[in-house]
Ligand binder design. Structure first.
Ligand SMILES: Nc1ncnc2c1ncn2[C@@H]1O[C@H](COP(=O)(O)OP(=O)(O)OP(=O)(O)O)[C@@H](O)[C@H]1O
Ligand SMILES: [Mg+2]
Ligand SMILES: [Zn+2]
Length: 254
């Protein structure tokens, strides 16, 4: 679709120019812009993150080590978006403590991919599960069934805060079905989580030290989403571990 008020093509979608004395036409750039705009509109990025980008992702200035590690994380995510879709694993799993910028980076990546014409959609894990649950209810059902289909079939799915939900068989089955479907069709999943996993953190040791330091016991990914979903997740996503930097929400208040 062209922009109806485009100054170049007057809404026709083509621009005509003369080359070697002949009139030729090509697609007006406004067509691609509106397509990207539509894709961004469909992506349901929450207002809080509507402007999240790599440019406005700040690196800590007061701590050179944190600065370096966080810069490496940001570079890994941005190089993934640059190579996409020519990437070894189709997705990313951003793991780490609250407020370290996981959702920010996931959305920054999604927005870049959308601007390049890929279709993607953002879901908060809890909200998605709620909507899937109410899709079984006849009166609320139809629109929520569409929601579920989008989560299954969208080229790119950002699943934010994966595992942030008490476990029931229903949750485990639903997440396994979703991840298995996307895995089987090699569809991109960009997930964030603050759950631990022995594969990532060598967790048993870390769990013990976390508990002895007086913090609450950390739940593992496997406990929350089940063994099968976890296994597929690791196969389809490159794991990016967030460093233990200060919670940005707290830092911002200072
Ligand atoms: N390095 C950063 N530079 C700029 N803004 C940041 C940075 N890190 C986080 N933020 C901002 O701080 C807020 C919290 O970050 P974000 O939500 O991405 O953290 P998170 O790791 O997803 O936390 P949680 O595990 O609680 O979901 C957001 O508004 C985000 O845009
Ligand atoms: Mg988050
Ligand atoms: Zn135009």
């Amino acid at each position: 679709m062209a922009k109806p008020d485009c100054a170049v093509c007057k809404g026709l979608g083509w621009r005509v120019f003369v080359r070697d004395g002949i009139d030729v036409a090509d697609r007006c750039p406004c067509v691609a812009e509106t397509a990207a705009g539509d894709l961004e509109g469909q992506a349901q990025i929450p207002a809080n993150f509507a402007a999240a980008s790599f440019e406005n992702f700040r690196l800590p200035q007061d701590n050179p080590i944190s600065q370096k590690v966080l810069a490496d994380v940001m570079l890994a995510v941005s190089s993934y978006t640059r190579s996409y879709p020519n990437v070894a694993k189709p997705g990313l799993l951003l793991v780490g403590p609250p407020g370290t910028g996981k959702t920010h980076l996931a959305v920054a990546a999604l927005r870049i991919l959308i601007s390049r014409g890929h279709a993607g959609i953002f879901f908060d894990y809890q909200n998605l599960l709620e909507r899937i649950r109410s899709s079984f209810n006849e009166t609320l059902g139809a629109s929520n069934r569409d929601t579920y289909r989008n989560a299954l079939d969208s080229e790119i799915l950002v699943l934010d805060d994966l595992g942030a939900h008490r476990v029931t068989d229903w949750v485990e089955d639903t997440v396994t079905a979703l991840i298995t479907h996307r895995y089987n069709h090699r569809k991109t999943l960009i997930a964030t989580t603050n759950l631990t996993d022995p594969e990532i953190t060598g967790s048993l040791v870390e769990k013990a030290s976390v508990t002895s330091a007086g913090h609450s016991y950390k739940v593992s990914l496997e406990e929350r989403i089940g063994e099968r979903a976890r296994s597929r997740l690791f196969e389809m996503c490159r794991v990016i571990r967030m460093p233990n930097v200060e919670d940005y929400r707290i830092k911002r208040m200072k």
